[in-house]
Design a protein around this ligand. Structure first.
Ligand SMILES: [Zn+2]
Length: 435
């Protein structure tokens, strides 16, 4: 869901870049509306254990670079869980020191500055034995955007449902390999034939209370000491493979290499947030030419504009769209379905609160409606398909977009991601789908 993170702040262009940075409140709203949270540990033979986790926003931090805006915070779990390298695992068995089992997991929310797309996921750092000993088991120096310069071990990314997405192997702060979760891995065959199989001991200690965190007198984050008895540590062996890493050696934080890389993080077929279709252009509408698709007195005909050749008022803008094109809601809000046979035909109004104002955005001449009346939609929800219903039967295919702000009709141009020249209709900025 997009919430504020999706919204621009019309009339406040000078502050746009600043406001496009993610706030803790936005990150929290984004995560709260996903089905948090069960983290599942899986063994190679499909044993599975689900763990309740929750976020602790008291430790949330905002970090930004030129491409992404990040909020990361701690997660708490019902019982303890973690990932341990084989060497650390052996050390725990030999010494009984549970610190060797410990790995650090954070909840991370990122917003891509160019598109406002947001993702949330869990980042886990599991250091190798030498590294965790050198850091006195404090792994919190590793953030999403920057890894500790001495990090040796693994960084893993999981979705909030616990599904492994991708990971990285580090040696002295440099990425050396990728981590891959093989699908349907036949361990018998692979273990004999491949040297690059990596096993991580995923462990879980069942407790009937939340394991929480606090900042100690030393300023570092600690896990609550607990005396209540927990059940034995259960171990699930997780098998991964390491893959080649061909990127440039960097500090290895997200935003360079080393980030969370879900499949198709940016789908080039999707429109940018705040655009109703991908790469919109203003339609040349009817015999009056290019200007006719713009807002205002841009057409010839009725004399509802006082003077001049272009004396017919157009109450919105026309965005070119082949018949049947998916139309996306530009903002989150409440969608209402309407029908006006001599005008906008089948149309939808999505009412949103944008920068404290009540904004109604109309999507007209649709051929299909994909939502139900009064449905809550998100920025990016497909609400209908373009068409020529109403009085658009003889014009080039387009979707008519018009806006009312606090009840007053205004030009809709400011509500698009794509910026148009209000006089010529030409596009002024780069498409967003090129990150
Ligand atoms: Zn129109």
């Amino acid at each position: 869901m997009c919430f504020n993170g999706c919204e621009k702040y019309p009339g406040d262009e000078g502050l746009l870049s600043e406001k496009s940075e993610l706030t803790i409140e936005e990150a929290k709203a984004f995560v709260d509306n996903q089905n948090l949270l069960l983290f599942s540990l899986k063994s190679g033979d499909s044993q599975e254990h689900k763990i309740n986790i929750r976020t602790n926003w008291d430790f949330a931090k905002c970090i930004n670079n030129e491409k992404v805006s990040v909020v990361e915070t701690l997660i708490e779990s019902m019982g303890r869980f973690g990932f341990a390298t084989p060497e650390c695992f052996e050390e725990w068995k030999a010494s009984g020191d549970k610190a060797y089992l410990y790995s650090m997991s954070k909840l991370v929310v990122i917003k891509l500055k160019k598109t406002n797309q947001m993702y949330s996921f869990i980042m886990t750092v599991a250091g190798d034995k030498q590294y965790v000993e050198g850091k006195h088991f404090d792994l919190y120096g590793n953030t999403y955007l920057k890894r500790d310069k001495n990090l040796s071990g693994y960084v893993l990314f999981h979705n909030l449902d616990g599904k492994f997405v991708n990971g990285w192997v580090y040696c002295d702060g440099q990425i050396t390999n990728t981590v891959i979760e093989p699908e349907n891995l036949d361990m018998q065959v692979r273990l004999k034939s491949a040297l690059n199989v990596l096993s991580l001991n995923q462990w879980y200690e069942e407790c009937e209370f939340w394991i929480t965190y606090y900042i100690g007198s030393d300023g570092n984050i600690h896990i609550t000491e607990y005396t209540e008895s927990c059940r034995d540590i259960l171990v699930f062996l997780g098998y991964y493979e390491t893959g080649d890493f061909e990127g440039e050696p960097t500090d290895g934080g997200g935003g360079t290499s080393g980030g969370y890389t879900p499949n198709n993080p940016i789908d080039p077929n999707l429109p940018c947030s705040n655009d109703p279709i991908k790469n919109p252009t203003i339609a040349s509408s009817g015999p009056s030419g290019q200007h006719g698709g713009l807002f205002g007195c841009v057409r010839q005909g009725d004399n509802d504009c006082s003077e001049g050749v272009y004396n017919k008022f157009h109450g919105g803008i026309d965005i070119s769209a082949d018949y049947g094109t998916d139309i996306y809601s530009m903002y989150s809000g409440t969608a209402k379905i309407h029908y006006e046979p001599g005008g906008l035909g089948n149309y939808i109004i999505v009412s949103s609160s944008i920068n404290g104002q009540s904004v109604w955005i109309y999507y007209g001449h649709l051929s299909a409606i994909n939502i139900s009346n009064n449905q809550l939609v998100n920025c990016g929800t497909i609400i209908g398909r373009s068409g020529n219903s109403g009085n658009a039967g003889s014009t080039t295919p387009h979707v008519h977009i018009q806006t009312f702000v606090n009840g007053t009709r205004v030009s809709p141009l400011q509500y698009f991601y794509t910026q148009f020249d209000p006089n010529t209709g030409s596009v002024l900025n780069d498409p967003c789908n090129s990150l």
